[in-house]
Design a protein around this ligand. Sequence first.
Ligand SMILES: *[C@@H]1O[C@H](CO)[C@@H](O)[C@H](O)[C@H]1NC(C)=O
Ligand SMILES: *[C@@H]1O[C@H](CO)[C@@H](O)[C@H](O)[C@H]1NC(C)=O
Ligand SMILES: *[C@@H]1O[C@H](CO)[C@@H](O)[C@H](O)[C@H]1NC(C)=O
Ligand SMILES: *[C@@H]1O[C@H](CO)[C@@H](O)[C@H](O)[C@H]1NC(C)=O
Ligand SMILES: *[C@@H]1O[C@H](CO)[C@@H](O)[C@H](O)[C@H]1NC(C)=O
Ligand SMILES: *[C@@H]1O[C@H](CO)[C@@H](O)[C@H](O)[C@H]1NC(C)=O
Ligand SMILES: *[C@@H]1O[C@H](CO)[C@@H](O)[C@H](O)[C@H]1NC(C)=O
Ligand SMILES: *[C@@H]1O[C@H](CO)[C@@H](O)[C@H](O)[C@H]1NC(C)=O
Ligand SMILES: *[C@@H]1O[C@H](CO)[C@@H](O)[C@H](O)[C@H]1NC(C)=O
Length: 464
Amino acid sequence: MIPRPARLVAASLASLALLGSSRVHAISVQFTRVSSSSSSSSTPETFNISDAQKDQDGSDVFDYTNSNNVSGSDIYVASLSVAGQEFVVQLDTGSSDLWIDTSGVDLSGLTATGLETGLTYGDDTVAQGPVYVGEITFGDFTVDSAFISAPGTNATTNNDKGLLGVGPPQLSSIFQTLSGTPYESFGMTLLGNVFASNSSVPQYTTFTLSRSFATGKTDGGVFTVGEVPSNLSTVLNAPKLNVVSDDRWIVLLDGIVVNGRNVSGGSSFEVSGQTTGQTLANLDTGTSLAQIPQDYAEVMYGSVPGAQFVRSSGIYILPCSTNLNVSFVFSGVEYPVHPIDTVAATRDDSGNVVCYSGFAIGEDNSEDWLLGDSFLRNVFALYDYGSFFNESSTPYIQLLSTTDADEAYAEFDSLSAQRNQTLSSDTSSGSSGSSSSAALPAVRSRLGPAAIAVAAVVAGLCLL
Ligand SMILES: *[C@@H]1O[C@H](CO)[C@@H](O)[C@H](O)[C@H]1NC(C)=O
Ligand SMILES: *[C@@H]1O[C@H](CO)[C@@H](O)[C@H](O)[C@H]1NC(C)=O
Ligand SMILES: *[C@@H]1O[C@H](CO)[C@@H](O)[C@H](O)[C@H]1NC(C)=O
Ligand SMILES: *[C@@H]1O[C@H](CO)[C@@H](O)[C@H](O)[C@H]1NC(C)=O
Ligand SMILES: *[C@@H]1O[C@H](CO)[C@@H](O)[C@H](O)[C@H]1NC(C)=O
Ligand SMILES: *[C@@H]1O[C@H](CO)[C@@H](O)[C@H](O)[C@H]1NC(C)=O
Ligand SMILES: *[C@@H]1O[C@H](CO)[C@@H](O)[C@H](O)[C@H]1NC(C)=O
Ligand SMILES: *[C@@H]1O[C@H](CO)[C@@H](O)[C@H](O)[C@H]1NC(C)=O
Ligand SMILES: *[C@@H]1O[C@H](CO)[C@@H](O)[C@H](O)[C@H]1NC(C)=O
């Protein structure tokens, strides 16, 4: 059975993205592996991370055959090298395989295992092909590890050439495929091989995903392996959120607070350790926005004056002035979401700025919430692998809030205006300028009529 790891670059954004027009936007930010020796003043190993956003030209607006190639498919990427060749890959905590689009790439120096595998993502894209083993360099780590050679895959988003899944090996197709073969040890995921190569490296990774306030979208970030940037070391004192899944980074969410109102409950799951009101949240860097339960979306957006629900896409179209106070509560600690992430913006085909819910309605059978970048941009996150590899401890996530609720609320109007300005002054449009209203509701949502019916049956939320 093919796992369906979480990664929804295109799914929730697709139709809104279709509104866009051609625009290349590449901001480079340091993507840092901080030096591990605390005493040392050596320069941290740095490599570039850039947002791989690239917009589609107007002619593709109704082309659904390749809908991951659209504007707004913002992803966070880094580069790694395979047998000395450099590839830009998306970093995804929601899946666990490394694959590369090897079109035109010489693989002759690599070991072909003779085995094939593949995976289908939540956005219906597929990466499949033969499994190779080769020397892979990521930051200052070099290890022999397996990857899928997927020439011509439709799972690349824009300028990326592959994807590095940093989830648990149990979700990895490569891990399952190589299990019991002579190549087994190379299949425990790239991170697993990194940790196995040096037992002094603490078995965790950290992420900071930044945003461009001008666009409200991806703006690079920092990723570390086994180290915490010094100015964020207080994350180590944050509550340890036990991971409650054996193949995904899912933790328990106490509830959310919307304009001072606590909301909890309605979980479709029952797992050990889950207390009344708690729901399951997958913290997934590979999802551009977020997919949340319908009842919660109604509380967040349903009563915003002027909100328009677009059923086919599971989103609300909102006034761009919508300044919501929303926090997520994990282990009793509130993590505010910047309103610039709560209300996303894009440009329609005729050049008008359109704002919509940064948290869309969506369901799948692994968790209640798929919290992607619209949530993760508001925290510094540490993912400890524990027993996902060979330690005895329960894997956990620690979160440090990086958004000040009052400040965010106060600066929202000017940031929103700035974003509007950036989007509306973008004249690089290749669009025909027609059919904007037709393009709008075309999101390729995973939420079909059946899923909506299920959501309606879920026990009511607890509103305090
Ligand atoms: C990183 O980006 C900067 C600025 O775009 C560029 O000058 C530099 O060569 C890049 N470094 C690497 C390792 O790609
Ligand atoms: C991607 O390609 C696979 C076939 O390899 C196809 O089944 C799938 O529908 C395609 N997905 C998208 C989103 O185009
Ligand atoms: C987007 O898709 C079109 C055809 O569907 C293709 O011609 C174009 O090269 C793609 N652009 C990118 C950046 O992948
Ligand atoms: C597992 O444990 C062995 C022996 O303690 C160690 O050498 C190896 O690096 C560990 N592997 C991982 C992935 O942590
Ligand atoms: C192993 O990792 C430790 C801690 O990060 C580091 O100090 C050491 O140099 C590494 N050893 C090798 C052989 O890379
Ligand atoms: C931590 O330091 C980095 C680099 O010096 C900086 O970019 C980042 O904003 C800082 N983070 C916080 C939360 O202060
Ligand atoms: C609402 O949740 C917060 C935690 O974020 C808690 O401190 C507060 O007591 C809750 N209020 C009510 C009325 O339950
Ligand atoms: C949102 O929070 C700000 C302060 O951070 C407060 O002034 C404002 O009244 C709040 N709005 C609502 C609707 O709760
Ligand atoms: C965006 O800015 C333009 C020009 O300043 C203004 O006319 C328009 O109403 C704004 N759009 C939104 C959605 O706020």
